[in-house]
Design a protein around this ligand. Structure first.
Ligand code: PGA
Length: 255
């Protein structure tokens, strides 16, 4: 199946940024730009999920940035998958490099979270990628395939609700984008590995790239056959920067 058969996916990860008024305005502004053809997601701080839902229209997907590995119960500070679904949030990001680096989310935790979230009915953007030290040591392929394995173990039976986000850690928030050919090489490696699950899963799973995606580099990246969209941090915080990235991923925007 050709890459064009996979609907492109562009996510904006707002991280721990902005106020209630600002996220409401941003969600409405992004919604106003949407004309279909690409799945577009935004992910605010959890406190603001209801407000962003209320301001989202034209198919804008609203996602959590994280979810609990557990359900209802005595788990102070956690957000259960059931609670996200209860307020109308159907997507969550899992395994972002900042969760892995600052909050101890090792692969085993990612497996559990992916499993819980998918089994409860959420859709998942699962993030992973190598650090600078791992890349410099020539370990990129081994690291990303190991991380992919942890995600795949959690996703059994639910691959239709999984998006994979390859995000080299050294490219996140640094202004250093992975070279398009190298990003394509890694995404093709990942897709090829998914054939161990099935050819259908390898062909149908969307693999998106994240790491300093900007209006001036998105065209070159989306032109690659195994890159099906983006996860965007900094440039998703303004309509002016996010809209051209969304537009690049529309079917007509494919070079
Ligand atoms: P960035 O962040 O676009 O600011 O590099 C990407 C991400 O953290 O997903």
């Amino acid at each position: 199946m050709a890459a064009a058969a996979r609907k492109h996916f562009v996510g904006g990860n707002w991280k721990c940024n902005k106020t209630l008024a600002e996220v409401s305005e941003l969600a409405a502004g992004i919604s106003a730009c949407l004309t279909g053809g690409v799945d577009v997601m935004v992910s605010p701080s959890p406190l603001y999920l209801p407000a962003v839902l209320a301001n989202a229209s034209n198919g804008l997907i609203v996602s959590s940035q994280n979810v609990s590995a557990t359900g209802f119960g005595a788990f102070t500070g956690e957000i259960a998958p059931e609670q996200l679904l209860d307020i109308g949030v159907q997507w969550t990001i899992i395994g972002h490099s900042e969760r892995r680096k600052y909050y101890g989310e090792i692969d085993e935790v990612v497996t559990t979270k992916v499993k819980q979230a998918l089994e409860k009915g959420l859709s998942v953007v699962a993030c992973f990628g190598e650090t600078k030290a791992q890349r410099d040591a020539g370990e990129t392929d081994h690291v990303v395939l190991t991380q992919l394995g942890a995600i795949v173990r959690g996703a059994t039976g639910h691959f239709d609700r999984l998006v994979l986000a390859y995000e080299p850690v050294w490219a996140i928030g640094t202004g250093l984008t992975c070279d398009g050919d190298e990003a394509q090489r890694v995404c093709a490696l990942l897709r090829n590995n998914l054939k161990h699950v099935s050819f259908e899963v390898a062909n149908n799973t969307r693999i998106i790239y994240g790491g300093s995606v900007k209006p001036n580099n998105c065209q070159g990246l989306i032109a690659k056959p195994d890159i099906d969209g983006f996860l965007v941090g900094g440039a998703s915080l303004s309509v002016e920067k996010f809209a051209p990235i969304i537009n690049s991923a529309k079917p007509s925007g494919k070079l």
